[in-house]
Design a protein around this ligand. Structure first.
Ligand code: FA5
Length: 361
């Protein structure tokens, strides 16, 4: 700093500092840059503190006018500083809002093959669920729903799976930390809804029950931890395995068209006897074997069977009078095969490029 020995030196130095700091304020382009200037204007060691100290060394008649000059410079600089600070802050706030913006009305433009302004669509799993519901409504079925949080009794016991039954291992379960340990859970299948329907409706019953299911399955090419099933339940007089096979044929043909190659394979479920699994030729390798079907050429779409008399007894239906069948199909798995998706996880990845495919229309 220039040495100050007189009133004129002081005024000259104060004016020079005023110009220098005004230029710095003017050229600052960010709040950070501006903050670096602040100590020079407002700090305890700023030149203006020195100027004020020097006032005491001036002649008494010089002090008021010198003091007023320094004071005016300081207050002008403070005002310029504060105005610039607010302006920069506002600009930075707008930039940050712009950057963080979530555009929920996003127009899919610029992706290969996409018509500008293309609107969103229902998720393929929702489309499939609606299509299946329509098919069953057309066959005279009702559509029912049940809770996703279930009791152990509905999810297992009423379905002929008592505690410690080895078949519980078929469904690796998410238990909720409510009440007694392992009594409340996220349903592992839609089968508890058939129990609820049987307890509240009298046969004859023709119902389907779509909904979300949860399992501690490690996601892979064919499995998700959260997925969808559609349960079917028919109870009437004279219902046979042929009625079951015919119903499955009707709705799978409605969903896939006539050209799928399918089979029913004997299986085990504690709540149906006899039981079967419905499989189709893998639509990715057309039955030749690939990573998705673990080289078997077949993909399981659902389980089914004739309702076990023990289940009827648990819900108060006379197995001597009534017979019935039930099935539970994976909706996500149906979608995977319909669109030949090598990996089921694309359905939950939200990658818009997949939805560009005309296959999903
Ligand atoms: C059951 O869940 C039985 N409740 C089905 C049933 C109902 C049998 C009524 C008899 C009578 P399973 O665990 O096999 O069975 O599952 C049925 C279908 O759900 C599977 O074929 C598959 O399509 C689908 N699925 C099962 N686990 C998953 C998963 N982790 N991710 C995606 N889909 C799955």
């Amino acid at each position: 700093m220039v040495e100050i020995n007189s009133y004129d030196d002081l005024v000259a130095a104060a004016n020079e500092a005023a110009q220098r700091f005004a230029a710095k304020i003017d050229s600052a382009i960010s709040v950070n840059e501006l903050m670096e200037i602040e100590p020079g204007i407002k700090g305890k060691k700023s030149a203006f503190v020195e100027f004020r100290k020097f006032l005491g060394r001036l002649e008494p008649d010089e002090r008021p006018s010198a003091g007023a000059i320094v004071q005016e410079i300081v207050s002008n600089l403070n005002q310029a500083f504060d105005t610039k600070f607010q302006a920069l802050k506002e600009i930075e706030r707008k930039i940050s809002l712009q950057e963080d913006r979530l555009d929920l009305t996003e127009v899919i433009a610029g992706l290969a093959g996409s018509p500008v302004g293309m609107r969103g669509k229902l998720h393929p799993v929702t489309q499939a669920r609606e299509k299946l519901e329509d098919t069953f409504l057309g066959m005279g079925f009702s559509v029912e729903e049940g809770p996703e949080i279930e009791t152990d009794w509905f999810n297992f016991e009423a379905l002929n799976i008592p505690p410690s039954h080895p078949a519980r291992g078929m469904w690796d379960t998410f238990y909720l930390d409510i009440g007694e340990p392992e009594t409340i859970l996220l349903r592992t299948h839609t089968s508890p809804v058939q129990v609820r329907v049987m307890m509240t409706q009298k046969p004859p019953i023709y119902s389907v029950m779509p909904g979300r299911c949860f399992r501690r399955d490690t996601p892979d090419a064919r499995h998700l931890a959260v997925f969808h099933q559609i349960e079917g339940l028919v109870i009437d007089k004279g219902i046979t395995f042929a009625s079951l096979a015919g119903t499955i044929d009707r709705f799978t043909t409605a969903y896939f068209g006539p050209n799928i190659h399918a089979r029913l394979r004997p299986a085990y479920f504690p709540f149906t006897e006899p039981s079967a699994e419905f499989e189709i030729n893998c639509t990715i390798c057309e039955g030749h074997g690939c990573r998705t079907c673990s080289n078997t050429g077949w993909i399981e779409l659902g389980g089914c069977g004739m309702v076990d008399p023990n289940v009827f007894l648990a819900v108060g239906i006379d197995p001597e009078e009534w017979s019935g069948f039930a099935f539970g199909f994976g909706i996500d798995r149906l979608v995977q095969m319909r669109y030949s998706l090598p990996d089921i996880r694309v359905l939950i990845e939200n990658d818009l490029r997949h939805s560009m495919s005309s296959r999903y229309n």
